[in-house]
Design a protein around this ligand. Sequence first.
Ligand code: NDP
Length: 242
Amino acid sequence: MSCVAGKTILVTGAGQGIGKALCLKLADNGATVIALSRTQNHLDELVHENCNILPVQVDLSNWQETKQALTCINNIDGLVNNAGIALNAPLLQITEEQIDRSFNINVKALINVTQTVVPKMIEKKQGSIVNVSSQASLAGLAEHTVYCGTKAAVDGLTRAMALELGEHNIRVNTVNPTVVMTAMGKQVWSNPAKGNPLKEKIPLHRFAEVDDVVDAIIFLLSDGSKMITGTNLPIDGGYTAV
Ligand code: NDP
């Protein structure tokens, strides 16, 4: 396991799925974890599982409230911009509201959180930021036009941030998972008619486990990846190698 002991790490979207599992593993490995999410009872459950985790409840769609909620952070080594939503629809049925909500959470809020905490990393002259993108940024998925667009934006802004922040010894990377059977993954892919054809195209013939994603994020947070910045790490069983 890559070393994160002693580091202070903020994880967004910590209430469920990948973010929740990441918080628990980081805390088990000796990190101080600040867990940001929207739904209070999800955070309560997380803290019940590990009382050392520090919860921050805020809806990332609110720009000012998010900034306010993060003013308590004075020390930070790592940031994982994990919160995301998938509002899928065929192209001709996409609504303006779906576009606005998707870009608001998946892109705008990510920039807001990063902009808010990076000054603390600059003071420490080091940091690692991991943005949770998707296979959907690298390969098209039917009925995922908006989601693919938001995640391609995440890859693009990651490269730009890496260029700006390199001089402060702050690294910025993405992980790009294939389907993971979290609440979000199950929405679409638990239907075998949709899931099986996609799985067949993955060279390893399986979807990703939550831990596959968590371990890759922890590697990018750790000093084991200290020369890696501005890149995308697919966790896709080879899907985008085809
Ligand atoms: P889940 O839906 O299981 O969890 C998403 C988390 O994000 C929840 O804790 C939720 O909060 C939080 N969140 C959503 N909106 C807001 C908001 N407005 N403010 C604060 N928190 C919010 O998703 P996953 O764990 O599956 O996904 C995590 C990341 O991984 C996402 O960025 C997703 O796009 C990406 N991803 C997922 C894949 C998959 O197949 N599952 C594949 C590739 C990438 P709460 O529960 O507290 O309301």
